[in-house]
Structure formats: C-alpha cells, structure tokens
Design a binder for this molecule. Structure first.
Ligand code: MG
Ligand code: ZN
Length: 391
C-alpha cells in the first residue's frame, strides 16, 4: 500500500515537473534549427521603396532618443535584408556607424538578457539577468531615469513585452524566465506606452492576481488589437496584442511599424521629450532556426519600423535614433545573392548566438558619438549623457 502511494506521489511529481518545464519552455519555443536545407535560401520577392531623409538637425543635445534593437542582428542579417529589398534599406539613411562588443560579465557569448541590460543600464551582467548586477543588486535603467526627468517613455516589441529585451528596460530580476514577476515590475514605474505580446503574464497568472484592472487604475488604456491601438489619440497605453509572442511576419501584419508610429505619436506630445525602445524581436528567432526567409522577413519589417522613426526624426530634428543589436544569432553568412531578384543564399555556423561584434547606426543630433568600436555598455552611457539624465 505504502509503495503504491509512493508511486502515485512520484508520478504526480514527474507530471508536475513536466508541466512546469513545458510551461517555461513555451516562451522559448522559437529555438531549434529547422532541418530543411531549402530554408537557408531566400528565393527573392517584391521590394518596397526607401525614402531619403535630410540630415540637418537643430541642436547638439537630442531631446528625444529612439533606441532600436534588432535582436540577433549582425551585419549579414542587414545585408541579407538589403539584398532581398533589391539593394536598399531605410537604414541606409544613417550616416554614422560603429561596432559594439557584446560579451557579458560571465560569457564570451551573451544572451539577450545580459545584452539588453548592457544597452539599458550601461552595466555588464550575467547571462540571464535583467537590470541587476552580478550580485543581484538593482541597476537603474535609462527608461527609469527618463521617467524621473518627466520624459515620456515607451517599449515596443513583437515578442512578449515581458521577454528579455524589453524586460531589461523595466524589470529587475535575476532570471529572465520569471515572466510573472517581470509583469509585476511593469506596475512599479510610471511609464507611458508599451506595445507587444504577453497578455497572459498580466492576466492569467499562477498567483491568481489580475494586473489588467491595476493597469487601468494607473491610467492605461489596455487594448488587445492593432485596430483599437491605432485609434488611440493620447494618454497612457498598454497594447497587449498576443497572449505570448506575436506571430512572425507576415502573419502579424504591420504590427511593428504601426506600433512604432503610434508610440512616437503618443510620446512626442510630452514637452520634456521622450525615450522609446523598439525591438525587432524575431530576427533572432530566424537565426536560431537557421531560416534565411525568417531573417529576411523580420529584418525588412524592422527596417520599415526604422522608416517610421526616420519619418518623425527628420521633421522633428531633435531626435536621435540609434539602431543596434544585443548580439549576433546563427553565425550567419551570405554565400550568394542577387540585387535584381532579391535572392539570398545564407549559411549558418550555429543554432545559437555568436560572439562577433554587432553594428551600431546613428541618425540625428549626437549621432557622431556612435562611431568606432565600443563596448555595448557605452551605448547606454552615451544616451544617458546626451539626454542629460544624470544631471
Ligand atoms: Mg529579444
Ligand atoms: Zn536568441
């Protein structure tokens, strides 16, 4: 009898452990190399028109900063996108560029949590950690500093908004997998706009709390579709357009460029200026899957979001746009391509991140600061200086 009871308890435990692990991994199911070799080549397709923007700006210190992070975006990802778009990108408008060294405090190859933390705080930390130092002490982020200066602030991603990259700007957690604690951290800072996935981490929680009414009490319009989000004219906005991650492009439509446009619209109403982080989350996932089409689709979607930022910044003239990556993914290289058809033949050396430097591009007042080779932490430090967030 006792033996049977033990067996039942053991079975329940195993089932529970399995349930937990499946649950945790559901957020990470973009990993895993696709088997089909045909996925390494993008066959070519239609292109979009790229505008040319003037580079004349008002002042040496920007009032607004838009930091755009292509997760996993190395030079090959950019060049694959450029080739697929028949030779041009919105990114070609950026006149200053440099390279960022991405190592974390404990690994030669960083993950997105430590990479995000370097960009959000100017500090190196352990892989997996979000805006805490290697001793787990909280580090203030650019976004939090900007809130203190009464600037408007925002986060936009196609992944769950609680995923490592956006989370590194707002949450302080030793482990990037603590999605529900990360959602709780969203309640602690009075920021203006966030748009991404991750509704369930606010609503369907293991602790039974529902953070949606709390968000509403804090003045956010909580909206679940791009249609509703597009109609918002002012105020605080929590756009949670998917339970977890938004689907890949083109299934999710123009969610990223539209969200970027809407966030800029709302944030630019603040006379003190704004800080916005926009992430092209799934360039990384195409890299993990060694899928060139996935990379190209996501890269071009991210580039169109860059176009939205340029539309605003070229007229506003007080806005600095920085485009960079947290690390490279896939050890991606290009073996062939055709600027006329857009065909790109890719090759990969890993299903994970690699240790190579990643590019930085800058447009706007202060852009010249972002040239040469620098640590990823310098990017954050320069933004803090340029926005005068420490003074
Ligand atoms: Mg990311
Ligand atoms: Zn990754």
């Amino acid at each position: 009898m006792k033996k049977v009871k033990h067996l039942i308890v053991l079975t329940i435990n195993i089932a529970f452990a399995f349930f937990i692990s499946v649950n945790v991994n559901a957020q990470e199911n973009y990993k895993g190399v696709s088997k089909a070799d045909s996925l390494r080549t993008y066959p070519g397709g239609p292109s979009y028109n790229v505008k040319t923007y003037p580079s004349q700006f008002k002042r040496t210190h920007p009032k607004n900063v838009i930091l755009m992070i292509g997760d996993g975006m190395g030079t090959a990802h950019i060049y694959a996108g450029l080739t697929a778009n028949h030779g041009d990108l919105f990114l070609s408008n950026f006149h200053y560029s440099g390279f960022s060294r991405t190592q974390s405090s404990d690994h030669y190859v960083t993950d997105s949590a430590a990479g995000g933390t370097a960009l959000s705080t100017g500090h190196k930390t352990l892989n997996g950690a979000l805006a805490v130092d290697p001793q787990q002490k909280t580090i203030e982020t650019i976004l939090e500093m900007a809130v203190k200066k009464n600037k408007a602030t925002g986060l936009v991603s196609t992944s769950s908004i609680t995923h490592a990259t956006p989370a590194s700007f707002i949450a302080h957690q030793a482990s990037r997998g603590s999605y529900e604690d990360i959602a709780l951290d969203f309640m602690k800072t009075n920021f203006t706009v966030f748009i991404g996935g991750g509704y369930k981490h606010f609503h369907d929680r293991k602790d039974g709390k529902d953070l949606i009414p709390e968000l509403e009490k804090k003045g956010y319009k909580v909206l679940r579709s791009m249609e509703e989000i597009q109609k918002v004219k002012s105020g605080k906005l929590a756009g949670l357009t998917a339970d977890e991650h938004n689907p890949r492009y083109p299934e999710r439509g123009d969610m990223l460029p539209q969200s970027t446009h809407k966030a800029i619209d709302l944030l630019s109403m603040n006379p003190k200026g704004f800080f916005l982080m926009v992430e092209g989350s799934q360039i990384d996932w195409g890299g993990h899957q060694n899928d060139t089409r996935y990379i190209v689709d996501e890269m071009l979607d991210f580039d169109r979001a860059i176009g939205q930022a340029l539309d605003f910044a070229s007229k506003n003239k007080e806005t600095l746009i920085i485009v960079t990556a947290d690390h490279e993914t896939g050890g991606f290289s290009l073996l062939d391509g055709n600027m006329k058809t857009g065909m790109v033949k890719g090759a990969f050396t890993t299903g994970d991140h690699s240790g190579v430097m990643v590019p930085i591009f800058a447009y706007g007042p202060g852009a010249e600061e972002f040239s040469g080779m620098m640590e990823n932490t310098e990017v954050a430090k320069k933004i803090i200086d340029l926005l005068q967030l420490k003074k």
